[in-house]
Design a binder for this molecule. Structure first.
Ligand code: 6R9
Length: 659
């Protein structure tokens, strides 16, 4: 067994919440005590924030662990909770979505508008033969119809499987087949990087191999030419002509709400199954607690795509169940110019912004002059999700987007957890840049060593969850064994030992600092073993990003005859930094010394390459596996999930001249 993670980074800055936010926060410090006193009663109170047509009898049935049932016997309709109840309470005229298309076209949908569209889509799907329990695949750009399609499925009890619009025909085919989807909802195309990008041909190719699909519903977005078959129906001829009257039926709390395939940086994607009552309870509560969302006054913007879990929980179900007004944007952050995001914040007076570290680091690379050119004074809270955020990127975000005063909530969670699990509370926590801090009220997380023992403060190991939570995945679609093996067989009862308690293995490395706060250190598969020490890629990357010349960095362990593995780093210089020729050589030497000085000599990279880009998944996570291939001079593995495959050519050509 290898050593626990070496604990290298020593970040001591700490930022208390602004006094006014703290005084008016939705959730205060007593929530932790309340939840600790009686966790299930706490979650029952949060479930009570929703409207149920039938009260549950039991908060949690864990008798068949790790297969959970939450709010047993309760019945509710998710779409009713996201739409009807706001309309019925007289808030139908409130804006639900300020939509901004990439070319600059806009639409405003009130709660009444979104309710109507959802009811029409529900009627149209029913007309196409979709009934409760059927699966519907959704392959759409970021347009309001995407939210309406998801809500329409929820409304009639069909289980949706959203597939990111950038995925290939093969990826779409596999996902449709795995779930035996009956209907696909798509569009002719969407706008990306300044031009229409087709979707329908990909669906045609996939559907040809998917006999389960009876119908394809097509939204007209770009007006591109499309091939047409007898399975195809235009959304505007089917949905928009359907009756807007639809009464939402209630479903069992454990009715399957959606399947979402994990981005799977390595293996075959897993269909993560989420159900109704528990999922909505936690998605809704965390939106209220972590973003301190005030539906009367806030304008919320989550920049994720609905093809990812962040889009499910924090564009659709969390914000809408809370009655929020939000911004939805179709396109890329640099179209038509690099200030597009800040222009949108300024235009809609966004108050809460939730984005990803990859975006923040890209903005760092482009330079602070860009956000400085816009009025960002409406913002009051900033969030981050998707990867560990390097302390320097956190500070940059707070400084250049948050005027040096806004709280930043670094939210750790996964497709599998369904909702945020470890995060500061913006009105309570004295946040440390780079730390997700502490499990939210009602969540029991810990960092354990190889034997599953809780590590002391200052120690490193694996992040685990020690008690079930309402929005937990219920299984891997069609593969209970994979569910058991992947998440529950590493520690605790599932490993055949321990006290009989079930322990969820998240697959992330983590450490506890001297105060017991949690720092995420990247996927366990990415950890490096250098001269017998487990070193996290995240810490070395954060040390590199803390150098004023570096915007972004990725670090991998490459086989080394003396040290077992050696650290190889890929770094993107900041916008104005000179990095060619001698200046580049000098910068590399400086960076190696900088890492050694920050983290200690054990972490000094053997080699650093200055590169213009890094390989990322389409959800913005760095694909270290491919960089390992480059560092070890292997031919590249599967590059199909890369956002931009030409990046690897750029990096490989830099490599031949390297070292
Ligand atoms: C929500 C989402 C999950 C993996 C997760 C971890 C990484 C997400 C993070 C974070 C450090 C954070 N991750 N948030 N790592 N700090 N705040 O991203 O879901 O796409 O399933 O990815 O993302 O490695 O295990 P998903």
């Amino acid at each position: 067994m290898s050593e626990a993670l070496a604990n290298l980074l020593n970040e001591t800055r700490q930022f208390p919440p602004p006094a006014e936010l703290a005084a008016n926060a939705n959730v205060k410090a007593d929530a932790y005590d309340e939840a600790a006193a009686d966790r299930l009663a706490f979650w029952e109170r949060q479930a009570g924030r929703l409207t149920w047509s039938q009260q549950w009898e039991q908060a949690l049935d864990w008798s068949n662990a790790p297969f959970a049932k939450w709010f047993v016997g309760g019945r509710l309709n998710v779409a009713y909770n996201c739409l009807d109840r706001h309309v019925e309470a007289g808030r139908g005229d409130k804006v639900a979505i300020h939509w901004e298309g990439e070319p600059g076209d806009t639409r405003t949908l009130t709660y009444a508008d979104l309710h109507k569209l959802t009811c029409q889509a529900a009627n149209a799907l029913t007309e196409l033969g979709v009934t409760a329990g059927d699966r519907v695949a959704i392959y759409l750009p970021m347009i309001p119809e995407a939210a309406a399609a998801m809500l329409a499925c929820a409304r009639i009890g069909a289980t949706h499987s959203v597939v990111f619009g950038g995925f290939s025909a093969d990826a779409l085919t596999n996902r449709i087949q795995d779930a035996s989807a009956k209907v696909v909802i798509t569009a002719d195309g969407g706008y990306r990087r300044g031009k229409p990008s087709a979707l329908k041909p990909t669906v045609d190719e996939a559907v040809a191999k998917c006999p389960s699909v009876d119908h394809v519903l097509v939204v007209r977005r770009t007006g591109q030419e499309v091939a047409w078959s007898e399975k195809d129906h235009w959304w505007h001829e089917t949905v928009e002509t359907a009756s807007p009257e639809h009464t939402a039926e209630s479903f069992d709390s454990e009715h399957p709400l959606f399947i979402l395939y994990t981005s799977g940086t390595t293996a075959r994607p897993k269909g993560i199954l989420h159900t109704t009552g528990g999922y909505l309870t936690q998605a809704s509560y965390t939106t209220h607690a972590v973003f301190d969302l005030k539906p009367e006054s806030d304008v919320y913007w989550c920049t994720a795509d609905i093809g990812w879990v962040t889009g499910h929980s924090y564009i659709v179900y969390g914000p809408l169940s809370n009655g929020a007004t939000q911004v939805m944007y179709e396109g890329t952050p640099d179209t038509p110019h690099k200030g597009r995001f800040w222009e949108i914040v300024d235009k809609y007076q966004v108050t809460i912004l939730y984005t990803a570290p990859t975006l923040i680091r890209t903005m760092m690379k482009w330079g602070e002059d860009i956000p400085a050119g816009y009025d960002l004074s409406s913002l009051r809270l900033l969030g981050s999700v998707g990867e560990p955020i390097n302390p320097e990127a956190w500070i940059w975000y707070r400084q250049h987007v948050g005027r040096g005063e806004l709280p930043v909530v670094d939210t750790w969670w996964q497709t599998e957890t369904g909702a945020i699990m470890v995060s500061p509370l913006p009105g309570v926590t004295e946040a440390k840049p780079g730390s997700a801090m502490a499990p939210l009220p009602g969540i029991v997380a810990d960092v354990v060593d190889d034997q599953g023992q809780s590590v002391p403060n200052g120690g490193g190991g694996y992040l685990v969850l020690k008690e079930p939570w309402p929005s937990m995945l219920r299984t891997v679609w069609g593969d209970d064994n994979r569910f058991l093996e992947t998440y529950w067989s590493r520690f605790g009862a599932g490993a055949g030992g321990g006290s009989g308690d079930w322990v969820y293995f998240a697959g992330d490395g983590a450490k506890k600092d001297d105060d017991g706060h949690i720092w995420l250190l990247g996927r366990v598969d990415d950890v490096m073993l250098v001269s017998g020490h487990n070193i996290s890629t995240t810490e070395v990357e954060s040390a590199l990003v803390s150098h004023p010349s570096v915007a972004e960095a990725a670090v991998v362990g490459a086989t080394d005859p003396t040290t077992g593995q050696a650290i190889v780093a890929f770094a993107i210089p900041r916008g104005s930094v000179e990095s060619g020729g001698e200046a580049g050589e000098q910068l590399i030497a400086d960076l190696r010394n900088h890492v050694a000085k920050t983290l200690g000599p054990i972490a000094k990279p053997r080699q650093i390459l200055l590169v213009p880009e890094l390989p990322k998944t389409r959800s913005g996570k760095i694909m270290r596996r491919l960089l390992r291939d480059v560092a070890e001079n292997r031919s590249l593995g599967d590059v199909t999930t890369l956002q931009d495959s030409s990046v690897m050519d750029l990096i490989a050509s830099g490599m031949s001249g390297g070292k």
